[in-house]
Design a binder for this molecule. Sequence first.
Ligand SMILES: *Cc1c(COP(=O)(O)O)cnc(C)c1O
Length: 435
Amino acid sequence: MPATEPTDHDAWVARDTAVVWHGFTQMSCFAENAPVMVERAEGRELIDVDGRRYLDAISSLWVTTLGHRIPELDEALRAQLDKVAHSTLLGNGNTAAVELAEALVGRLPVDDARLLYASDGAAAVEQSLKIAFQHWANLGVTGRDTYLALGGAYHGDTVGSLSVGAGGFGTDLFDPLRFPVVRTPGYDDPAWADAAVAAIDAHAERLAAVVLEPLVQGAAGMQVTTPEAVRRVVEAAQAAGVLVITDEVATGFGRTGTLFASEQCGIRPDLMVIGKGITGGYLPLSATVAAGPVHRSFLGPDLSERTFYHGHSYSGNALACAVALRHLALVDEWDVLANVRARAEQLGERLAADIAPHAAVADVRRRGLMTGVELAPPADGLRWGRRVCAATVARGVLLRPLGDVVVLMPPLTTTADEIDRIVDTLAAALDEVSS
Ligand SMILES: *Cc1c(COP(=O)(O)O)cnc(C)c1O
């Protein structure tokens, strides 16, 4: 093909920029930043419009668990299509939503759980904040109208979830829209738990809830903490009568080596938020999980003010629930968590041997298969994160950075060879960018 003739890739990028607006993306530079234009996938590889293959080492932004085009999940989706695609959960039910909730409640670290479905993580966080607020109103308790949230926190992009989030990513512009919260340091501060416990003691009467991402603050650049620290803060909050909301949108469904990170921490949150991996990365689905006492405070006469007047059009979508139900079963049938633990150990060894000592690397942080490699650029503004990831993409490994932190988040079924390929490719990219 003559060099002047546009490739399929260029043609698709042109069509894309003419009509699509990508999130967290400067569209004036979209084409120059060599976007991968995916047409299809096989297993853990994405295939672009020119037939090039990329190992999906970010699990399609942290949602894909088993891989793409899993025959069992495809089949579950087709089978549900022969029943019904969607029906509303407002005042009515559907069997797929019931079956998924039944399968999940026994696995969730929440007592006497009820699931309020939504479609995105942010919407489920939003629900949890409103539920916590109304819970106190239902009980006739006044003054609990703020939240304790952590530095570095990310809970999504709606205005409420943005408010409990710590900012950054260019979202500081929205500060005037954010409601104020009690903010204590994030996991990058070794004393974060002391500060959180002190703030809980100081503000206990004002707090509707404490919100945190157990074990890993993902979007903060994979900042990690210990199970003991999380448990200490959760116990302090619950002892002070403050609700605890755990956001497991990123950590849930196996990423850290257990089905939920809360299990490792030994905590039982009052509200829990799940999303991302819930359908294995197939369809948008999320849920707010409420413990029995929280749910019960909402019970009252029909049409009374105790009702939770909130809901989304696609809440409990039957196709998504059917896929999520089959996905949960496959995690067990395939012993996926054993693979996560084995591959995570291998990844840890390879990172310690070949990445952490690299002069271009400042820090390596990891829990299970959630990994952040923080780069050490010699000056500001060099965009090393972006350039290192571009160099791995050119070598067929799809990565996307958070600033100067390279995120590694391989699917949970990743193989030993793939872990080696990811680390080898990252090492080569580090050499290229830092030379
Ligand atoms: C991704 C993420 C969210 C937001 O989920 P969306 O589905 O993108 O709205 C919330 N919390 C955490 C911890 C996340 O990683």
